[in-house]
Design a protein around this ligand. Sequence first.
Ligand code: ADP
Ligand code: 5GP
Length: 212
Amino acid sequence: MQNEVTHEGAILVLSGPSGAGKSTIINAASEEIGEYYFSISTTTRAPRVGEENGVDYFFVAKESFEEDIKAGNFLEYAQVHGNYYGTSLKPVREALSTGKLVIFDIDVQGHRLVRAKMNDITTSAFITPPTLKALDERLRARCTDNNDVITQRILNAKEEIKAVGEYDFTIINDTVEKAAKAFVIVAKAARLKQSKEDEVKFIDKWLGEKSD
Ligand code: ADP
Ligand code: 5GP
């Protein structure tokens, strides 16, 4: 469902440590949040077992990523855990122009860049397990990363958690069910966010109707 006065889409940024449960929560809530476009990022990291090119990420070589940077193809990009990750501008623009809710799973650096460029239509949520210990356990249980990678992700998480105050909402992923419920509410709020442009249009229309 779209806000009556919104003609442009809206952005919902989700951040949180790797292993926080972002993918799990989006999947659990996907039927309830209505039509949305999930922004598939491009990355130079190697695919994990079970990950598919064009579904989870576009997996590319470092040289190709750097060419895209030069060509100005990214809305934002960052280096995370020693790899590049970026959001391509074109599909996001297209989805927004059709009024869709565009969901990003990006890190705290990416969130800052999106805020700097598109604050007006952006809502954000930081997703985290209840404790660092729970994060460690979930990363190990996921069995997709070796010890060194997990150690690096935990170190990164200790830094990322400090940015929690920069987000509109915090979702504690205690149980998937509770977190998915909170996520549905946040997604609905994101759709209702009114941009400055919509606000001006609404006021004009409202005054026009009043003077009729
Ligand atoms: P992210 O997308 O943030 O990297 P994932 O969705 O892959 O995280 O979740 C990391 C791991 O934790 C997965 O193995 C997932 O099944 C598990 N997980 C997610 N949410 C919970 C939860 N509430 N309780 C227990 N395990 C969870
Ligand atoms: P992972 O390797 O676990 O899939 O992701 C590692 C981190 O990179 C996560 O914090 C994730 O949110 C972030 N990330 C994924 N895609 C992007 C992106 O396009 N831009 C930015 N800035 N971060 C991303």
